[in-house]
Ligand binder design. Structure first.
Ligand code: UD1
Ligand code: MG
Length: 463
């Protein structure tokens, strides 16, 4: 961890070009907000209490997004430009260290190793500022690096202010720089918003320092994708694809089979064990952890859930905030809404919906059921069409089913209700009272057979 540097991350802008009500840095790539991604990179090169995030648009939400990282925030209540954003943090940043690394919250792909190398060069050369740059075949939209004949950086010119000759420059400003902190604030205090946008441009500091004859360093990288800035949803999708592609690659190298990886959506926070197979068009999201030897078949979505080893998820299943134990089989077309536990080797089949339900080991609910707020023991059979009536219009009530119970098809369990261990519920029952253990309950009207009634009715019986 570098003691010479404080870090400031600019994240106060709305991001007009995103055409969104949401602040730009709260948009997600790889399942994480852009600001989380940048903060996570920053805290790999400096201690969290040396990292400052400038917030403005939807400040509270941005603050919330970075709170767990333990970084500091600075409020820029009016967004008057990148230079103004840094100036707003003057008192905190001046006392935070002799050098300042500036990052933009909309540039999430830069590697911590790149930042560390930039910071090292900045210290070794003694430059007043060091700018991370790259060359782009299409530099449109970025600030251009203007160098003199001997290659010294003279200024950064924004696209809007650039002459045709300057626009032809392919070396761009990444928006990542190191500054000697006192030099930076001297210049920022002099900054004027005399440009087409009427903003205080941080980039103007470079020209100011150069005109004072100060040394400006350039740290140029070939891997331009590292400094891809997100200004529109097109770039958001590009960054998202890079992050997810990287994640898929890392998992494949760790022994996960991913069929047609370009179709599979993997959030950065997920883990998948070796010899698990993810079929095309699977999504594994949030903080999901999938064990080894599992099979997750096409069009299934697993979010914030834990799957132990050897679990099979058949196609078109949705598993959210649930825990599935070893060898269980889910789907096809199952919906596990939230707060479910499925025991080892249990089966949850097609068109079965679970909500806050616990199913014990080897139990089966194979077809067409709604099980909500239910605690179901081990070795239970839930027949097709079983419904727990957990809601009376005012509040939710529990259903408890003991080990080894057999619930016949099309049973209605009116909660709160308990079925004792080893009992049988006859098909078509409406169960409103508790059933003791080891009992057969039949809760339906008795069948009456009227022989000859159809023919009597049609008159055939009287001939
Ligand atoms: C900026 C650079 C440009 C560089 C590009 C790299 C300036 C003037 N231009 O342009 O040279 O090539 O980034 O991606 O710096 N922000 C604030 N407060 C403000 C304004 C912006 O916090 O008042 C934040 C934004 O939330 C954003 C970052 O600063 O995260 C950059 O702002 P943005 O408007 O995206 O600048 P670019 O036009 O991309
Ligand atoms: Mg930008």
């Amino acid at each position: 961890m570098n003691q010479d540097f404080a870090i400031v991350i600019l994240a106060a802008g709305l991001g007009t070009r995103m055409k969104s009500r949401r602040a730009k840095v709260l948009h997600r790539a790889g399942g994480k907000t852009l600001i989380e991604l940048v903060v996570s990179t920053a805290t790999q090169v400096a201690a969290p209490d040396r990292v400052h995030v400038v917030v403005g648009h939807q400040a509270e939400l941005v603050q919330q997004a970075v709170a767990v990282a333990g970084v500091r925030t600075i409020v820029q209540s009016e967004q008057l430009g990148t230079g103004h954003a840094v100036l707003e943090g003057r008192s905190a940043l001046e006392s935070a260290g002799p050098h300042l690394l500036v990052l933009y919250g909309d540039c999430p792909l830069v590697a911590p190793e790149t930042l560390a190398a930039l910071m090292r060069q900045h210290l070794e050369t003694g430059a007043a500022a060091t700018v991370l740059t790259t060359r782009l075949a299409d530099p449109a939209g970025y600030g251009r690096m203007i160098r003199d004949r001997s290659g010294h950086i003279q200024a950064i010119v924004e696209e809007k202010a650039a002459t045709p000759e300057q626009k032809a420059v392919t070396e761009i400003n990444s928006g990542i720089y190191c500054f000697q902190t006192p030099r930076l604030f001297e210049c920022l205090a002099r900054l004027r918003p005399d440009n087409a946008a009427g903003e205080y441009y941080l980039t103007d500091v470079i020209g100011d320092l150069a005109s004072q004859g100060r040394l400006i360093g350039g740290f140029s990288i070939c891997e331009s994708w590292q400094v891809l800035g997100i200004n529109t949803r097109v770039e958001l999708a590009e960054v998202d694809a890079v992050l997810r592609g990287r994640k898929a690659r890392a998992l494949m190298l760790d022994g996960v089979t991913i069929q047609r990886p370009e179709t599979v959506t993997l959030d950065l926070g997920v883990s998948v064990g070796s010899d698990t197979v993810l079929e095309p068009f699977v999504q594994v999201l949030g903080r999901s952890a999938i064990g080894s030897g599992c099979l997750v078949r096409s069009y299934s979505v697993v979010s914030d859930s834990t799957l132990a080893d050897e679990v099979t998820v058949e196609p078109f299943s949705l598993i959210h905030e649930s825990q599935i134990e070893r060898g269980a089989r889910i789907g096809p077309y199952a919906r596990l809404r939230t707060g479910n536990y499925v025991g080892a080797e249990a089966r949850v089949g097609n068109f079965v919906e679970l909500k806050k339900t616990r199913i014990g080991a080897r139990s089966k609910a194979q077809h067409l059921a709604y099980l909500g707020d239910a605690d179901i023991g081990a070795g239970v059979n839930i027949g097709a069409g079983t419904i727990t009536c957990n809601y009376d219009g005012l509040s939710k009530h529990p259903t408890t089913i003991g080990d080894g119970v057999f619930v016949g098809s099309n049973t209605t369990l009116v909660a709160p209700v308990e079925i004792g261990a080893g009992s049988y519920v006859a098909a078509g029952s409406v169960v409103t009272e508790n059933v003791p253990p080891d009992t057969l309950t039949i809760a339906r009207s008795r069948q009456t057979n009227k022989r000859g009634w159809p023919s009597r009715r049609s008159g055939r019986g009287r001939s």
